[in-house]
Every structure is written in C-alpha cells, then in structure tokens.
Design a protein around this ligand. Structure first.
Ligand SMILES: NC(=O)c1ccc[n+]([C@@H]2O[C@H](COP(=O)([O-])OP(=O)(O)OC[C@H]3O[C@@H](n4cnc5c(N)ncnc54)[C@H](OP(=O)(O)O)[C@@H]3O)[C@@H](O)[C@H]2O)c1
Length: 323
C-alpha cells in the first residue's frame, strides 16, 4: 500500500530517512480494525522517529510507517478518529500509566498510509459536528494540551497561563483550548509573526521568547524544553505549576532548587491523555465551536514538504495530509 515511512534513524538529517512509496500493509490481528485513512496530521514526534529518538528502551524497529494521528473510515463505512494510546489488552484505568503503552509509529505502523490497523477501542466513532479534517489533529498534540490544561495545571477560570511557543501544533491547541476555558492566555514566540498569529487565535498577550514577563503567572505549559526552562521557572507565581510536556529544543536542563521550595512550585509532567479525555475534548470543541488551527493541508504524496517545514521550524498550527 501507499505509505510515508522512516527507513532508518538519521539523528542529524532526518529527511534523509523519509521515504514515500509502497510498503506491505500490516495484518489485522483479532480484535483490531483496519481504518482507511482520509486525513492524518503531522506531529513533532514524527521528526523524532526519523531521528531515532524514542521514549521506549526497546527503541524503534525500521522501516516504520510514520504518523500518530488520523481520521478515516472502517470497512463498514463508519467514520472514526484514532485514539493513539494503546498498550496491554488487560489494562484498566488511565491508559498513559500502562507500562506497555505506546502510540502508532513506535511498535506498530503509523497512520501516514492507505490504511492504519489499530485495536478496535482505538477507533472512536466520529462525534457529530466534528469533521474528519478537524478530528485528524486531535490525537496527540491536542490531547496532550487538553490534559495539561484541564487535569494537570490546577488553573481556574480567570487565572493566567503562559504557553511557551506560539506557532506549533500543541501551542495553538493550548491557546484555543485555554481561551475557551476562560483562562488568561499568554504566549511566547521567537518571531513577531508568531506572536501576531497567537493573538489572532485568541491569546490575550504575547511576548518574545525568554523575555521577562510584566508579572508572574499561575501556570506555565512548556513544550519547548531546554531553551525555555529557566524562563518557565522564573515566570511562576508562588504556589504556581509548571507542566512540562515536550522538549523541541532538548531535554536537558539545570534546576535551581531554591525557587522550587521557597515559592512552593509544582513541577509536573504530562503525556498524551486518556480515551475519556479525548471524548471530553471532542465534546468541548464541538460545544465551544473551536476550529483547530490548521496551517497547511497537503496530499500525502507531498508529505516531505510538511516534514521539511517542521524540521526547519516554519510550521504554524497543524499540518494535515489527505489521502
Ligand atoms: N507530552 C506529550 O504527550 C506530547 C504530545 C505532543 C507533542 N509533544 C511535544 O511537544 C513539542 C511540540 O510538538 P508540536 O507537534 O507542537 O511541534 P511543532 O508544531 O513543531 O511546534 C514547535 C514549537 O516549539 C516552539 N519553538 C521554540 N523554539 C524552537 C526551535 N528552536 N525550533 C522549533 N520550534 C521551537 C515553536 O514556537 P515559536 O515558533 O512560536 O517560537 C512551536 O510552538 C515536541 O517536543 C513534542 O515532542 C509532547
């Protein structure tokens, strides 16, 4: 079948490992379903896969079809969106706490192909009022943004959240969801264009990356990592919470413990979300009339353009590939 896949790990030149062509489709194990993909969205995770970066000690087995997220149809024509977190069959409760959890394109083939094969419970019938285009961006970045804001941050309506980065898939999700929830949304961005886009999307205020803020904030959601860490810590009010959700610029940081205990800060991590979170988020999006920010839609054959833009830091919102 047609597929966009990684041939090997290429840490410094990820596009050299990107292949667009034919690859044998996966078998469909009992209890799993085949989803004909109509829309699939790009995540920074896909660039990490090309670079060989994996959160799992087992690493990645190449070749592997890329893509965490998608919407499409089952063989009987039911429209579905893929909930990307899967793991042990007998796991109950929060799926992200299953020691064996993973997402497509790590141990099983991903969604940038004619078909994706997933466990039946991971193909969620598309809620009415949600288009396959918008549904296809919700699985990874949006789901993570939802849980970071609503479960992990401790924010109440009216309180201020700082979002590090403004243009990315997760940053735009945080802006749109945070605005809808009644939070005061502040963002940082490396460019004036990014800051202007963020304000147009609903951010109340925007600042150059790493510039001191006019006052401290209740929570920071940080997906930038090494480059923004010190600014995130120093931007928190007493009793504030830093939710770390990514490391686009690196995962290594130094930490001064003094403000952590003196200001009674909470530092917490968050990864993906539960199936229930995904259903709740889809409901919020439909009820609040949120249209997820999509920067570019490309036929899957032109996926390389989307990957190149992300690697060069030129994307805004989500990049969607259609099939
Ligand atoms: N924890 C989870 O479950 C989870 C889920 C999804 C994603 N993530 C992580 O979240 C991060 C963002 O993912 P994404 O899909 O939103 O990526 P993306 O679309 O490429 O966004 C990258 C973001 O980083 C900011 N940035 C700051 N410095 C940068 C630099 N030197 N180069 C590139 N971007 C820079 C950009 O903001 P400006 O351009 O405005 O400065 C932009 O908002 C990744 O590290 C990813 O692994 C984690």
């Amino acid at each position: 079948m047609f597929a966009v896949y990684a041939t090997h790990a290429a840490p410094d030149d990820p596009l050299s490992a990107l292949k667009i062509g034919e690859l044998a489709g996966p078998d469909v194990p009992e209890g799993w379903v085949r989803v004909r993909v109509s829309h699939a969205s790009l995540n920074r995770h896909d660039v990490f896969t090309l670079r060989g970066m994996s959160g799992h000690p087992e690493g990645i087995t190449y070749p592997i079809i890329l893509g965490n997220d998608a919407a499409g149809t089952l063989e009987d024509g039911t429209a579905v969106v893929i909930y990307p977190v899967m793991g042990s069959e007998d796991w109950r409760g929060d799926e992200t706490l299953d020691p064996r959890w993973h997402i497509p394109s790590e141990f099983i083939h991903g969604t940038f192909a004619d078909y994706a094969v997933v466990p039946q419970r991971n193909a969620i019938p598309l809620p009415k009022d949600l288009s396959p285009l918008h549904a296809s961006v919700l699985g990874t970045a949006w789901l993570t943004a939802y849980r970071a804001l609503f479960t992990k941050s401790g924010l109440r309506a009216g309180e201020t959240v700082l979002v590090q980065g403004a243009t990315g898939g997760m940053a735009t999700a945080l802006i749109q969801l945070g605005r809808a929830a009644g939070f005061e949304v502040w963002v940082t961005s490396r460019s004036e264009e990014g800051r202007a886009r963020a304000r147009a999307l609903g951010a109340h205020r925007s600042f150059p990356s790493n510039k001191a803020l006019p006052r401290k904030v209740r929570a920071v959601i940080d997906n930038v990592g090494s480059d923004s860490w010190a600014h995130s810590i120093s931007s928190l009010a007493r009793g504030g919470t830093l939710v770390t959700v990514g490391g686009t610029t690196g995962f290594e940081v130094t930490l001064n413990l003094l403000p952590v205990f003196a200001d009674q800060l909470t530092i917490t991590g968050s990864i993906m979300g539960t199936r229930q979170d995904m259903e709740d988020m889809a409901c919020l999006i439909a009820r609040a009339g949120i249209e997820p920010e999509i920067g570019v839609i490309l036929p899957m054959e032109r996926a390389e353009e989307g990957f190149r833009a992300m690697w060069e830091g030129r994307t805004h919102g989500k990049t969607v590939f259609t099939r």
